[in-house]
Design a protein around this ligand. Structure first.
Ligand code: N01
Length: 557
């Protein structure tokens, strides 16, 4: 055992200073930082390898829609200088190679236990530690429990009648097999038309004998314009990485994007068309940066939505299919998708769009998908039906805080956190990119790094002050939840049925889960809380020290 100071007197010989659940980008970096702090840490990962979402989401065409030079860690300049991204948007295999490279480069694997799902986490008040149970019946203890379980990791499989009777293969985009899947000569059905479907449909269509796309709601998508990265561009990025990263941190989504600080309603029709056209040609999510009011003003938003609809009608030859593919709700409300050849795929003779918006899928039969009296015969079924976002992965674990209260009970009406980092009644329990933080509305990598660094600094602070317990006050939490809801109410993103509000999972409370105040403002708030001595948190020592209560200020929001 090393001579580093232990964080908690209650640590047992079987215990760790901290347990991290998940070995995706959040878990890997958390392990790296806590190890640097000298802590004895164990990571538990249900998969057989690192990478989290990029370990599981291996569906055809999977790639990130944040540009590769930005969707990467920045904590190590040596790492960002040595790693070579090959394309503007990295494919899933390339991102997974990167995650593996990070794990090896920083020698992280020796503290990660793979193929081990955590089934429960219980706070033991008398010993002030967390007891975690693995699927193999083992128990580990640690004073600190850190959830790096991801925002989009618990898959959503709708309860289609007869699904278990289907005789062909069923795949979920979020749990794609590791072996290669070949659809050549097969009749394939894809249910869903979100980001995962929009990326996989053009690739599956090229292989399949026939592809049926079952669409409940059309999603807006813009072209990626993916391309191999030019060596000179890469050299330039590497020369100026620090400036790029620091500029990105000042941007709303933590991404260095071209934003136009002009309102769409103030621009002329001609200016608007020019701007939208230029962004359509450039490609990617910067389309929504065309004007600064697209997510705040319905009339402005309608101009961008109409532009995309006009593009769909330009690309798709059959006007009825083009119309069926055209969304009518606010653009950007459901997450904007980024595609390569999606709309054009519907010009293929071997692709059929099936509208299930008015007449839903009745059942899956042994040989196909049934809608009313019509049955679509297929050999393979792809469920691109998304995730139980933000809370699903946490609820899959039986988490119990003080007094045996479960997280499920506490969040019955929707997630309640302070800063998306902690929740009252669950001391020493952290959620990396948890609900109530910007997370999924931003580039996940800088958001992960910011949370990991905040938690690391927090544990360092506790140790240097001989404090072994931290928990938000209910008052601070209530104020934060109210602020998160208030900000969401001002943004058009909360105006439709999306996974942001839990609408895709029957029975899930309709609450806008991420914080939509923007990355820079959020970081400022987190830093201000620390500068004020962990305002809104109760810091206490289990034994001889009196609790320090730092009250939440009126302006904690
Ligand atoms: O999931 P989704 P996803 N009957 O929830 C449909 C990230 N991501 O995996 O819209 C019929 O968006 C559902 O229909 P509707 C990204 O943040 C990123 O595609 O609810 N259809 C919808 O069409 C993304 O937003 C990347 O009416 C049903 C689809 O299934 C998030 O993950 C790539 C149904 C689900 O779409 C989730 O994306 C991929 C039913 N009963 C994902 N139930 C990149 O970085 C659901 N649907 C590029």
């Amino acid at each position: 055992m090393s001579n580093r100071p232990a964080l908690n007197n209650a640590r047992t010989h079987t215990g760790y200073d901290a347990v991290i659940v998940g070995a995706g980008f959040a878990g890997l970096y958390m392990l790296y930082r806590l190890r640097q702090l000298g802590l004895h840490v164990r990571v538990f990962e249900s998969g057989s390898g690192v990478g989290g979402t990029w370990y599981w989401n291996r569906y055809p065409g999977a790639r990130c829609d944040v540009e590769s030079v930005q969707y990467s860690y920045q904590f190590s300049d040596a790492l960002q200088q040595e790693w070579e991204w090959t394309e503007r948007y990295a494919t899933q295999p390339e991102i997974l190679r990167y995650a593996n490279h990070v794990a090896d480069r920083f020698d992280l694997r020796r503290d990660i236990q793979f193929d081990t799902r955590i089934t429960s986490a219980t706070f033991d008040e008398s010993r002030a530690h967390w007891s975690l149970q693995t699927q193999h019946g083992k128990c580990v203890t640690a004073p600190f429990c850190i959830m790096a379980t991801g925002c989009l990791s618990s898959t959503n499989t709708p309860s289609f009648r007869g699904l278990d009777t289907f005789r062909g293969e069923v795949y979920h985009t979020g749990r794609w097999p590791h072996e290669s899947v070949d659809f050549t000569g097969k009749r394939v059905g894809v249910i869903g038309t979100g980001s995962s479907a929009i990326q996989s449909i053009p690739v599956i269509a090229e292989q399949a004998q026939h592809l049926y796309v079952f669409q409940r709601t059309p999603h807006y998508t813009v072209p990626a314009r993916n391309t191999p990265l030019d060596p000179e561009y890469k050299r330039e990025v590497k020369r100026s990485y620090a400036a790029l990263r620091s500029h990105a941190k000042q941007m709303f989504a933590g991404i260095d994007l071209r934003l136009n600080d002009q309102a769409a309603v103030q621009a002329s029709e001609e200016e608007r068309q020019r701007e939208y056209e230029s962004r359509w040609t450039y490609g990617g999510v910067s389309f929504m940066g065309a004007f600064n009011d697209l997510l705040f003003n319905e009339a402005s938003n309608a101009t961008a939505a109409a532009f995309v609809r006009s593009k769909i009608h330009e690309i798709v030859r059959d006007p009825a299919i083009a119309e069926a593919l055209s969304p009518s709700y606010v653009i950007g409300c459901k997450r904007l998708c980024v595609d390569t050849g999606y709309y054009d795929t519907f010009n293929r003779a071997n692709v059929t769009l099936v509208d299930v918006s008015k007449a839903p899928i009745d059942a899956i039969t042994p040989v196909g998908v049934k809608q009313g009296t019509r049955e679509y015969t297929i050999d393979c079924l792809v469920l691109a039906t998304g995730f139980d976002a933000m809370t699903g992965a946490l609820f899959n674990i039986d988490i119990r805080g003080k007094g045996g209260q479960t997280l499920r009970e506490k969040w019955l009406g929707g997630p309640r956190t302070y800063l998306g980092l902690m929740t009252a009644g669950f001391p020493n329990f952290f959620t990396i990119t948890g609900p109530g933080s910007p997370s999924v509305l931003t580039n996940m990598l800088p958001s992960i790094e910011q949370h990991v660094e905040w938690i690391t600094d927090c544990l360092k602070h506790l140790r240097s002050h001989c404090i072994d317990r931290i928990e938000p006050t209910l008052e601070a939490e209530n104020e934060w939840v109210a602020h998160v809801n208030e900000v969401a109410g001002t943004n058009l993103r909360s105006s439709c049925s999306s996974w942001y509000v839990g609408a895709n999972v029957p029975g899930k409370p309709r609450v806008f889960m991420p914080y939509i105040g923007g990355f820079p403002a959020y970081v400022q708030k987190c830093n201000a809380v620390v500068a004020a001595g962990y305002r809104g948190f109760v810091l206490s020592a289990t034994s001889h020290r009196a609790a320090q209560v730092i009250p939440a200020p009126a302006d904690s929001a």
